[in-house]
Design a binder for this molecule. Structure first.
Ligand SMILES: CC/C=C\C/C=C\C/C=C\CCCC(=O)SCCNC(=O)CCNC(=O)[C@H](O)C(C)(C)COP(=O)(O)OP(=O)(O)OC[C@H]1O[C@@H](n2cnc3c(N)ncnc32)[C@H](O)[C@@H]1OP(=O)(O)O
Ligand SMILES: Cc1cc2nc3c(=O)[nH]c(=O)nc-3n(C[C@H](O)[C@H](O)[C@H](O)COP(=O)(O)OP(=O)(O)OC[C@H]3O[C@@H](n4cnc5c(N)ncnc54)[C@H](O)[C@@H]3O)c2cc1C
Length: 664
């Protein structure tokens, strides 16, 4: 029935102010209002419909994306939207497109690595979309190993140009989003060669296609790399391949903030560290952490609403069956994901602050916090995307059979999201960067330079190596200090144990390779500590609204104690807790699930997602799932006719043949 709220009884159970929680989730009242307005603008515009996406063939799908992306740009200009509003609008359109890379990587690469003069020349063109750009770093042969890229940029002093060339098949650029069919320009990463000498990897602005007829410029071969995982999903994006045959660009198209090449072909290094060539990746990793909470919260919203609607078993005296959300097993799979979505939201907020802080320091030539910013963005990108990808798949299973239907929204969400574990740095490769940072920190303990920021806990290493957990009863695990000390002791002990094992190797690189699996575990422990501690920090802020802070305390408890339970092997093996204390943590966790239960629907309502954005029948706001599933089945093109195409050709002859066999 239209207009009936099938989740109304659930909503009546709520013990906190949902409207205030919406503000906490959005980050501020202003952000909430902008998001809410942009979400509704997209949801109410039929051009942004997306329910037929998984049915479309690649060419139609891609053209449809072009239509939506250019229409979004038209609306952004007509409505004179601010940068913040425009970016929100694009995100609610919810369809990967060339514009993501243009705004998300091409523009930031020029901003971060271009000189003032270069920015003045290129940014106005990019801001008006008079040129469209991509980020062309990865090659067929190398993605993770950036130092291994093979494309060359050789300076020709005769003409004052760089010659960009792809010397091998494996040097073909491979993967850049927006490159395949749309981009007119790219920031291309290549090995700089001056007078026969190599000078490492640098970025160059290269025009790829004519601004008149869109044909590739002379010497350039460019195409799409082909279909990717899933239907719809990331196939809206034209990930591309690109080869250069001695393509010439003016010298001033090398991005020269980090190093400059002079007219006579000499390299001049500025004071800026060379790692800033990797700066765009640090920026995007930070945004990916913020996006992880969005993707996970979408999946959790669908699974939570459906779990309250779905009933199986447990009917007594003809009464209703049990809502599957009331099964403790369902709660123990669902509520930690709900808590993780909130945890990632807050750590993402903090990481954005850290990134802004490091950017301001870099502008003032203070490079001291760059290693920590690199470790935090790499580690948190890795941790949050892995948990989110697994969490979306778990949400699908939490919805039983119906979760496998495209109309649940979960298969496409998974297919779109899962490459986040690979792009912008493979998650294992990134955790190894965190491990390097941790090993360096341990080796410098006692050098007189106290560790600061997220590794300041290492400054208390002696205490953390010796302390023992003081928990005596389940409720003691609600004490933030008890939880924090447990996570600090676990992380510190795992790092120290790796460092001790490493010190036994005469060749540290060999040792690092041999111990890399243990090192990744230590890095994960460190990153989980960051998320837990940032959740506790959030709780120290003034949080208005009836019961809002209380709910967040419960979620923080669920987040930290479910990790403690899941990784109890670490906590036990490092001898910080006893088996009895591990068991008490689990008792407390179960109790916290009971406290989440009456608030579960309101906690996902607080994400403020429109039905359009969720794109899921199982997750629709009113919970009226069954009629909608039934109607959607009839909309499938297979049901356009009662007798399917192919009946005469295949089914009829088959049945006839079986008849003959039966007669024999
Ligand atoms: C708003 C957002 C919108 C749009 C975008 C969002 C979604 C769109 C979807 C997809 C986009 C995907 C785009 C891409 O995938 S682009 C390609 C990304 N590629 C990678 O991430 C490659 C991963 N590899 C690397 O980053 C590096 O090669 C490396 C693994 C880090 C190793 O580098 P290497 O030079 O060999 O370094 P090391 O010798 O290991 O270290 C030297 C030294 O440098 C430090 N370091 C390394 N990286 C950084 C950095 N980024 N910043 C600062 N410092 C860095 C490292 O720690 C070491 O320091 P020491 O002190 O130990 O010497
Ligand atoms: C959807 C999508 C969009 C993309 N968009 C872009 C883009 O716009 N621009 C761009 O330039 N690139 C883009 N990429 C490329 C992406 O950045 C790379 O694929 C990514 O960095 C991983 O590199 P790789 O493919 O070389 O993986 P590999 O490094 O080959 O990884 C293969 C396996 O080897 C392991 N491995 C590799 N090195 C080590 C090591 N040192 N120690 C231990 N294990 C290791 C990895 O963990 C992994 O299991 C995109 C990729 C995808 C999937």
């Amino acid at each position: 029935m239209e207009g009936v709220d099938y989740l109304a009884d659930e909503r009546k159970k709520t013990e906190f102010d949902v409207e205030e929680m919406k503000i906490v989730w959005a980050g501020s009242r202003h952000t909430f209002e902008v998001s809410d307005r942009m979400a509704k603008l997209v949801a109410n515009d039929p051009v942004f419909r997306k329910d037929d996406r998984v049915m479309l063939a690649r060419k139609d799908l891609f053209k449809n994306t072009l239509r939506k992306a250019t229409y979004a740009w038209k609306r952004i200009n007509e409505l004179r939207l601010s940068e913040e509003e425009a970016s929100k609008l694009r995100s609610f359109v919810d369809e990967p497109a060339f514009t993501d890379l243009h705004w998300g990587m091409f523009v930031p690469a020029i901003k971060g690595q271009g000189t003032d003069e270069q920015q003045k020349k290129w940014l106005p063109l990019a801001y008006k979309m008079q040129i469209i750009g991509c980020y062309a770093q990865t090659e067929l042969g190398h993605g993770s190993n950036v130092q291994g890229l093979e494309t060359t940029a050789t300076f020709d002093p005769q003409t004052d140009e760089f010659v960009i060339h792809s010397p091998t098949l494996t040097s073909s650029k491979w993967w850049p989003g927006g490159l395949g069919k749309v981009s007119t320009h790219g920031v291309v990463y290549a090995r700089l060669i001056l007078d026969g000498q190599e000078h490492g990897i640098h970025g160059f602005i290269v025009q790829l296609r004519s601004l008149e007829d869109h044909r590739p410029l002379p010497g350039i071969t460019v195409a799409d790399i082909g279909m990717k995982f899933g239907s719809g999903a990331y196939n809206t994006m034209d990930n591309g391949l690109l080869r250069f045959d001695h393509v010439r660009i003016p010298r001033d198209q090398m991005l020269m903030r980090v190093s400059q090449v002079t007219r006579d072909g000499k390299i001049v290094q500025s004071d800026v560290p060379r790692q800033l060539v990797y700066g765009t990746m640090v920026y995007v990793r930070q945004t990916i952490v913020q996006d992880a909470s969005i993707a996970l919260s979408r999946a959790v919203c669908i699974a939570t609403r459906y779990s309250a609607v779905r009933r199986q078993f447990g009917s007594s005296n003809g009464g209703p069956e049990t809502q599957v959300i009331d099964y403790k097993t369902q709660q123990s799979r669902l509520f930690p994901l709900l808590a993780s979505a909130y945890a990632f939201r807050f750590v993402g907020e903090w990481l954005k602050w850290l990134y802004t802080d490091v950017t301001q320091r870099l502008q003032a030539n203070d490079f001291s916090t760059l290693p920590e910013a690199h470790a935090c963005t790499a580690g948190l990108k890795s941790l949050t995307t892995s948990v989110t990808a697994d969490g979306i798949e778990e949400s699908r299973k939490l919805c039983g059979g119906h979760g496998y239907l495209a109309s649940s929204g979960l298969p496409e969400l998974f297919a779109v999201y899962v490459p986040a574990c690979t792009y912008e740095g493979d998650n294992t490769v990134l955790m190894l960067q965190v491990a390097r940072f941790l090993m360096k920190t341990v080796s410098q303990l006692g050098s007189g330079k106290p560790p600061v920021g997220t590794i300041s806990y290492m400054g208390r290493i002696e205490q953390l190596m010796q302390c023992r957990c003081a928990v005596k009863k389940a409720g003691d695990w609600l004490n933030p200090n008890a939880v924090l000390e447990a996570f600090e002791a676990r992380a510190a002990r795992m790092s120290v144990s790796c460092a001790q094992k490493l010190s036994k190797f005469s060749n540290p690189e060999e040792g690092f390779a041999e111990l890399s699996a243990d090192l990744v575990e230590a890095a994960v422990a460190h990153c989980q500590l960051i998320v837990v501690s940032k959740f506790f920090e959030k709780l120290q802020q003034d949080i208005p609204g009836k019961g809002v802070k209380r709910q967040l305390e419960v979620l923080c408890g669920v987040y930290s104690l479910h990790l403690l339970h899941k990784h109890q092997g670490d906590f036990l093996a490092t001898s910080y807790i006893t088996p009895k204390q591990a068991s008490l943590a689990n008792d407390q966790l179960r109790e916290l699930y009971s406290q989440v239960r009456p608030n579960a629907i309101a906690l996902v309502d607080a994400f403020n997602y429109t039905d359009h954005y969720l794109g899921s029948i199982l997750g629709c706001y009113d919970g009226n799932v069954y009629p909608k599933l039934y109607e959607a089945a009839w909309r499938d093109p297979l049901n356009d006719s009662v007798i399917p195409d192919g009946y005469e050709q295949y089914i009829r002859p088959l049945l006839k043949q079986q008849l003959r066999v039966a007669k024999l």
